[in-house]
Design a protein around this ligand. Sequence first.
Ligand code: CS2
Length: 489
Amino acid sequence: MSALNRASVSRHLLTARPTSTGIVHLGLGNFHRAHQAVYTAQAGDGWGILGVASRSAAVADAMNSQDGLYSVLELSPGGSSISVPGVHTGAIVAASNPAAVVDAIAAEDTRIVSMTVTEHGYCMDPSTHRLALDHPGIVADLAGTTPSTVIGQIARALERRAETHGAPITVLNCDNMQSNGTQTRRLVLEFLQGSKAESWVAENVAFPNSMVDRIVPATTDAYRAAAYELLGVHDLSPVPAEPFTMWVMEDRFAAGRPAWEPGGAVFSDEVEAYELLKLRLLNGTHSLIAYLGALDGHATIPEARATGFIESAARAVLEDEYLPTVALPREFDIDAYIASLFERWSNDALGHRTQQVGSDGSVKLPQRIPSPALELLRQGVMPEHLALTCAAWLCCVVPLSGFDPGPHARAMVDPARERLGALAAHSRSTEDLVRSAIGQVFSTELAESNDFARRVSDYVAVITRDGVRAAAREAARSRTSRPHASPAA
Ligand code: CS2
């Protein structure tokens, strides 16, 4: 059986042949491989990417054994298609070779370092948005060991650039975070505070903000088999993806960039508006669908979205609670955008799992819930469905004793599971647990809203006692008593 490589791949499927490595990308997960890599391949101007996997060697090994290649399997109810971006010049693993990561970012030929390391990868305190100085990795990196955190690796490499050749570079955050470039700049400068490199970084390194979007499930054997059907050769690591893709970023690059426009990238001075829109309407609603779906026994997002009470809750949170808190980009067709979201969530050929979207809620939800919740609370409006999202998440990851959230919730991975379990063990009441969880995971300001914490704990109690459908019914009742919302001016 033949394997995918440059000799075996059908010419018409292969998009690019890089001539040099101008980009070092941290986070070689499926999202990067179906998003930025595809745009870079479509640029066709010779830029190559060195992929850096965080911990697991599986993807890097697979790609290295396939001449850097892998396929992107586009799936929709209308059919499937495949392509091979072919833009990576190699792949390494940060955990087993952290020094090589610093060397690669520091190399004079590297003009962009980009990242998709998930919200989790930035070692940021969610309440203050500052570097978590008590994070063991940050403590070690600041003490001068070979850096193991992403911020430490970037900062040390920039320091080396400042001390040696001095070539400017762009740091491009492609994670789902509000003002992702600005936040990364702050974290890196905080790491370098007081060092000689601080002012060099401030002047020579660009940190554009970007909004990234494409729904990309995890690879399974079923996707490997589907890729084989279309490729005719075996790919160890294909990436399943929806057809939709969107990338909006600021055109502030310190040392050039690929021509990402032919792939559809948009350069805009309104990135923050796009970010908020996406983080709230897409990601925030996605979380609600995932938690309600998992608690109602659904394995996939399309299954959950097709369930009447979940669709109603999704529309309510999106239209009444997220939409009024965002200012739309100029000439933006919001009705078409909302319609496309519901269509994307219905993609049953993709089979995106509730467990995947529900995982890491403790680091994803802080980007999605506290700001809109506080905004509505300040206006005197109780964000019932944001409270329901928090409650459903808590019921999935820290179920009260005697409550079984079901297999999809149990399979959710969350870095705060243990911490929340300990909080639960020491809490006097559900409200006490909810308040501490909101304070520690989301924001102290939101925890100080007694009404919100009480509402979340009411929903936790209803889900635990009467089930998730009863809780959603209760949230829905609040909708009818409120005027229809419109986006912020
Ligand atoms: C999802 C995102 O897992 C999640 O939390 O909301 O991964 C979502 O699929 C992407 O951001 C889409 O661009």
